[in-house]
Design a protein around this ligand. Structure first.
Ligand SMILES: NC(=O)c1ccc[n+]([C@@H]2O[C@H](COP(=O)([O-])OP(=O)(O)OC[C@H]3O[C@@H](n4cnc5c(N)ncnc54)[C@H](OP(=O)(O)O)[C@@H]3O)[C@@H](O)[C@H]2O)c1
Length: 113
């Protein structure tokens, strides 16, 4: 089941509406770095991952970011995730589809060469 977590952020007055960014795989590695950087730059963020524990940690760390539990590899999760993302952000400007099943490994031949 797709669920979401977020902590309220104190809104500061701003002339332009925040960029609405969704980042899949936002609880570790590159995705987490992107969540932090877009947040620092004032974007409205939704991020997706399967693991509840890390998702809650990141949602607590970054006020206003919406953490959504879901598995991008499960077809039946995709529509609920999309609905959660657009519902939480009120639309979407940028999708960074970073979640991946496995790391990219260089072939042994390429490493040796
Ligand atoms: N690290 C590298 O050297 C490297 C090199 C080239 C390309 N890349 C690519 O860069 C991207 C990020 O790599 P990374 O090393 O930063 O990954 P990572 O540290 O392993 O983090 C992966 C993130 O994706 C989430 N995730 C994985 N499978 C998911 C799924 N089915 N549904 C939803 N969320 C999922 C993980 O959380 P949960 O496990 O809780 O779901 C986690 O938040 C990947 O696409 C990878 O292929 C990485």
């Amino acid at each position: 089941m797709v669920q979401s977590y977020s902590r309220q952020r104190q809104e500061s007055p701003s002339r332009e509406p925040a960029l609405r960014v969704a980042i899949t795989g936002g609880t570790a590695g590159l995705g987490l770095a992107l969540v932090r950087e877009f947040s620092r730059r004032g974007a409205a963020i939704a991020f997706v991952a399967r693991g509840r524990e890390r998702l809650e940690l990141v949602a607590r760390e970054i006020p206003g970011a919406h953490g959504i539990i879901g598995d991008l590899a499960r077809k039946e999760d995709l529509h609920p995730i999309a609905l959660q993302v657009t519902g939480r952000l009120g639309g979407l400007d940028v999708l960074i589809n970073n979640a991946s099943r496995e790391r990219v490994e260089m072939p042994a031949a390429a490493r040796a060469g």
